[in-house]
Write a protein that binds this ligand. Sequence first.
Ligand code: ADP
Ligand code: MG
Length: 548
Amino acid sequence: DGDRLAEELRRMDGASYGRYKSLTGDWAFPDFTLTVERVQSDPFAPPSRVAVRIPAEVAGLPDHAWHHPVRRRATADHLVRRAHRELKGARLRIDAGGQEVIARASGQIRDGAVELRLGIELPGHGRRIDARTAERELCDRLPALVDALRWPHLDTAAATAFADSVEDTAALRDLLPGLGLVAFVADGAVLPRRSGVSDLPMEGAAVPFTAPESMRVTVDLPHAGRVSGLGIPEGITLIVGGGFHGKSTLLHALERGVYDHVPGDGRELVATRADAVKIRAEEGRRVERTDVSAFVRNLPTGADTADFSTDNASGSTSQAANIAEALEAGARTLLVDEDTTATNLMIRDARMQRLVHGDREPLTPFVDLVRPLHREHGVSTVLVMGGSGDYFDVADHVVMLDGYRPYDVTERAKELAAERADAAFTSPAARVVDPRSVDATARGRARVKRRDMDVLTFGEDDIDVRGLTQLVDPGQVIGVGLALRLLAEDGLLDGERTLAQALDALEERLAADGVTALGRGYAGDYALPRRHEVAGALNRLRSLRVVR
Ligand code: ADP
Ligand code: MG
């Protein structure tokens, strides 16, 4: 038991650091089991990894904390955040996430038992074992942590409120399709963040959200009860307004609305359909055999745009590829902000059409495709556009932000609208990926690493993931890499299934087995990615080959 570990550690004191390896395995404590999964080879290597399993009787979770799958995920998240606070100043570390509540390997609840995965920098005096410090961490601090997480010792009101809040967000998101909405922003929501580098809510000066009367929708939630707010309907919604009036802030909140937020975030009751994907231009990205012909035709190079590849896409072709690939992966709501788009793919005004016409312009602007996308393909668009009125012609709803307050200006915009002939949109062909082109193990090195939120190292390849703005957690970057590994090495990409079918299979696997289905031998923290970001990383993998 714990005493046995303490004795073992004392025997190791001053021995060479490598002897820590002998700790690998299970250690039974009175209240929990500690599993030393992986021991670092020297004091400067990445931290060692341990798992802690607290059985149901000890954890003492009441049924309401974990029987419902959404509440189970929320409670696990709350426990991990609590553990993170308890471990301030410790050598033990736990990955606790930011403002979003995302399933992560560091905290799982299974059969009522709590499983935590932690890192620990095993202490050394130079390259000799510092057993006293190790003993303090593993034999004192760890049992104290477990004790603090037991239900009666925990702040159970906060834990319950946390689960209630997450359950409400999830319920709200589930209500959207039935209400014909793609998103909902509750009255009173606080959308702006503290700064460009802090995802915490803006303090003091934030103007709380208030829905325009004509677009106000009321929903009934399990805990918050009746809640009103802006319902953004299916179809085409245009967000206009002067510069600095809060347009991008609203769109960012919608991007993040595919995730649940912690209580106090201000965006707890902002929910967006799970199939919503932010579209942006991404000059320089690679494209592998994507059908961009709806947007691009008759390139001066003569390239076949129905089967388009490039190692260095332009702003407009990258955005076209991003749209085609998002649809292929199952996106049915597109979120677009003028700040990050290629203007020539978005609009073309009458004067420019007179000057550059016919075959000289390879691009069909999005404004001519956005209606057929909705009417014939069921794809809705929420678009921020303050610089051009062209979208008045095609928008179903126009929301103007004025001093951070939204107004319904649809009627006024329609008075200013002109007739517009739509172009035709045909769905891009479904691609089949060559699994060998993704199999990092077969191609040499199986490593999965990240550099901040910017680069996912997958085998020999560095994938630039900066364009995937709905990747919100460092753990998700690793999660994406592990998902790619699973897709390739478990035969989900089998050279027959389409990419969309492979993503379906991945989602089924994760729904059945949880986020740790991604891990298998990975010694580190990771969190659950969406299928859209997994597809996004795959599409940016420079070794990717598509067979058809
Ligand atoms: P736009 O896209 O319309 O130019 P932004 O969304 O970038 O405007 O917002 C401009 C600034 O206003 C940002 O610094 C943002 O944090 C702040 N802001 C946005 N919404 C609010 C709000 N509801 N209350 C207070 N400040 C806000
Ligand atoms: Mg903006």
